[in-house]
Design a protein around this ligand. Structure first.
Ligand code: AMP
Length: 705
């Protein structure tokens, strides 16, 4: 008899696409509604005012009313789970730890929401949040949601110009901020000059700036005439008068928040998140993908509240499930060392750890043999860990295999289902993973949730395939198409797109920019598909492989080469720690791939060009793994020269500009470095390296003449 090879994850995915109404209707039943929706999904046509273009649109749970704050907090307290931990704040940079139970969180949020209401915040208003990783930030976010306001969190490390741009784009009535942030081991960074400069630059002026005073650096006296207020004083006054706010529900399709995309391409776009779809989709993903079900489970998402990962998996999803979340004010390395993540897993009994591969690379650089992991693992400190979730950029197969081996040895034992590395692919626009390996591939339902928890061994996830980001998640219809929108056969590389409607957590438009939404995401494929901006392939077994952003695709003699594939080949060399490939203009071939390479150990003194034998070895890896067509046009070696965004994405565009300028003989031309850059000094190092490399190359050319 033929054995069915369909895995539960695929079956679930099929059901979610074939019958979205009943699939998502069952998920919606797991939440509290102030008003039940009249339908699960409504498809419609939308005509754009300016261009007159009509395109397909949709709405999830129309007619419903919901409060995300109620579902995250009140619901659990009312169910008698008020004493369970909600937030573990761990701040090595201030030497502080704090636990907030669900009851304490409710108390803080109720009072702050009361204070914000007194300061003029109403349903539908925008509240901008520019905060470090402290509990007050989460309280602020949840208090805004409690009032039915729309929050817009701006990463607390952004410079004034970037903040001003986001103030003008979102037009908040109030800004919640703090007196300082603390950047890793660098010490406190006062926010006052940043916020005041941003408000000087912005055209829009909010009515209120509410400041959380931290002990490390005080804001100084607040200027009342400028709308400045001290957060703690407002709360104290409200508490004394017992001023509290109850939850204000919003329509399902009202936004719960605006988030600006990280800006690796173009100016930031204000992605809108619908209240109901967000809550329903996240409560599914946290159980299904992350295997987090409620009290006793601990989520540690090592990201920042300013990024989508932070919104979804530091704040909302763990709280929707009634689990605890770790809020970590520190870095993967240097606060104080490369064991920080593993220390946290042990200390709080973390069950799901999410991070970006770049953090693991940083840990590897400081602790190449993973001694920190092994030391804590050897004393059983990592047994609680069931999942290591990687997202934000492509994970090279080597990193996945290495961590899977570590988890097999030290994390949750096989008798409890084991522990898995889960590469999950998603974007700010989608709000939750588009693909991954469901850790608990059984869809929760109102009847089944509690009994599921008593099971000993969960159903296994789909087998791991290092280099792939798993298979599609419910509601995401993922396809690979050519430039005309025609679907490509399995295994062929092309544009990765998604069919309509998108899953409930995903956006349906941009904040006050419907035309830009259409032009940026739907127009390219005539409204049939949503363009993810990524390219890659789906293999014969249905695994999704994300190889690069489309703007990172190289065109060499009319062959499309993905920078990801080339970087993978280069990093398979044992001496190479990291690689970044960009295209150099070439008269003959259009573009030639050019590599920036960081070695695990550097020769002293380092020259910009690697020695001949290393160069030959790297070239041969590229030729054997990608093809002769991909032969590199040059390799620059160095340390600290691959710039990243604050959220850990490689800024290929900046390196590409540098190389293009050098190739045109303009190495000093000003670069367009986005405000999201983590460390602008890295760009200067790269510029020097490129200059040195090109200088030597010109010399070589002359010698040949
Ligand atoms: P952002 O919206 O800033 O979070 O960036 C989203 C982009 O990050 C995606 O379009 C991908 O290019 C990239 N990305 C996110 N997760 C992954 C992953 N697991 N593998 C490869 N690329 C990823």
């Amino acid at each position: 008899m033929a054995r069915s090879t369909t895995h539960l994850q695929e079956e679930t995915h099929r059901q979610s696409l074939e019958d979205p109404e009943s699939f998502w209707g069952r998920q919606a039943d797991l939440l509290h509604w102030h008003q039940k929706p009249s339908a699960v999904l409504r498809r419609s046509q939308k005509t754009l005012k300016q261009s007159g273009v009509t395109h397909s649109s949709w709405s999830w749970f129309p007619g419903g009313e919901i409060s995300t704050c109620y579902n995250c907090i009140d619901r659990h307290v009312l169910a008698g789970r008020g004493n369970e931990p909600a937030i573990f704040w761990d701040s090595p940079v201030t030497n502080t730890k704090e636990t907030l139970t669900y009851s304490q969180l409710l108390d803080e949020v109720e009072v702050l929401a009361g204070a914000l209401r007194e300061e003029g915040v109403r349903k539908g208003d925008v509240v901008l949040i520019y905060m470090p990783m402290i509990p007050a930030a989460l309280v602020g976010i949840l208090a805004a949601s409690r009032l039915g306001a729309i929050h817009c969190v701006v990463f607390g490390g952004f410079a004034p110009a970037a903040l001003a741009q986001r103030i003008d784009a979102s037009r908040p009535v109030a800004i919640l901020t703090a007196s300082c942030g603390i950047e890793g081991a660098k010490g406190p960074a006062p926010y006052k000059p940043l916020v005041q400069e941003a408000l000087r630059l912005s055209t829009h002026k909010p009515q209120r700036v509410i400041i959380w005073q931290r002990d490390q650096v005080r804001w100084g006296p607040t200027r009342r005439s400028e709308g400045e207020r001290t957060w703690q004083s407002l709360v104290k006054s409200c508490r004394a008068r017992n001023v509290r706010a109850s939850c204000v529900p919003v329509a399902s399709t009202d936004p719960v928040y605006i988030i600006h995309t990280s800006g690796t391409t173009g100016s930031p776009k204000g992605v809108l998140r619908d209240a109901a779809g967000h809550a329903v989709g996240l409560q599914l993903s946290i159980r299904y993908l992350f295997d987090i079900h409620g009290p006793g489970d601990v989520v540690f998402t090592a990201s920042d509240i300013g990024w989508v990962v932070g919104h979804s998996y530091i704040i909302y999803a763990p709280l929707l499930a009634g689990a605890a979340t770790v809020l970590y004010e520190g870095k993967p390395v240097g606060t104080p060392d490369a064991s920080a993540f593993w220390r946290i897993v042990e200390e709080y009994g973390v069950t799901a750890l999410s991070t970006a591969p770049t953090a693991l690379r940083a840990i590897k650089r400081d602790d190449p043999d993973n001694l920190g992991f092994k030391k804590i693992g050897a004393r059983g400190g990592l047994r609680s860990l069931r999942g290591l979730f990687l997202a934000g950029e492509r994970s090279e197969p080597a990193i996945i295999s290495a961590y899977q081996a570590l988890l097999d040895e030290y994390a949750a034992p096989a008798s409890q289902g084991g522990a898995h590395v889960v590469d999950n692919w998603w974007s700010t626009e989608t709000g939750s993973p588009i693909s991954g390996r469901a850790m608990f591939p059984q869809v929760p339902s109102a009847e089944a949730t509690d009994t599921d928890r008593t099971r000993q061994v969960p159903p296994s996830p789909i087998p791991i395939k290092p280099g792939s980001a798993g298979k599609p998640m419910p509601g995401f219809d993922v396809r690979v198409v050519d430039d005309n929108g025609k679907e490509l056969p399995r295994g062929e590389t092309g544009n990765i797109v998604m069919g309509l409607p998108l899953a409930p957590t995903a956006f349906r438009s941009l904040w006050q920019e419907d035309e830009r939404f259409y032009n940026g995401y739907l127009k390219r494929f005539q409204g049939e598909w949503v363009d993810t901006g990524d390219s890659g392939f789906i293999d014969a077994d249905g695994y999704v492989n994300i190889m690069s952003r489309n703007d990172d695709v190289l065109n060499v003699s009319a062959h499309r080469l993905s920078s990801g594939a080339l970087e993978q080949a280069i990093t398979s060399h044992p001496l190479v720690a990291e690689a970044c490939v960009v295209g150099v203009p070439d008269a003959l071939k259009g573009q030639l791939p050019f590599a920036f390479v960081t070695l695990k150990t550097h020769p002293h003194p380092t020259s910009a060009a690697p020695d001949r034998s290393l160069e030959a070895e790297i070239q041969s890896l590229v030729r054997s793994q990608v093809g002769a067509i991909a032969t590199l046009g040059g390799i620059v070696q160095g340390r600290g020269m691959i710039p990243k965004t604050r959220s850990g994405k490689t800024l290929r565009r900046v390196l590409r500009e540098l190389v293009e300028n050098a190739a045109r003989g303009e190495p000093d031309k000003e670069l367009n470095v986005p405000s999201t850059v983590e460390d602008a000094g890295v760009v200067l190092v790269a510029r020097e390296k490129v200059r040195e490399y090109w200088g030597a190359r010109r010399g070589e050319a002359r010698a040949k003449l």
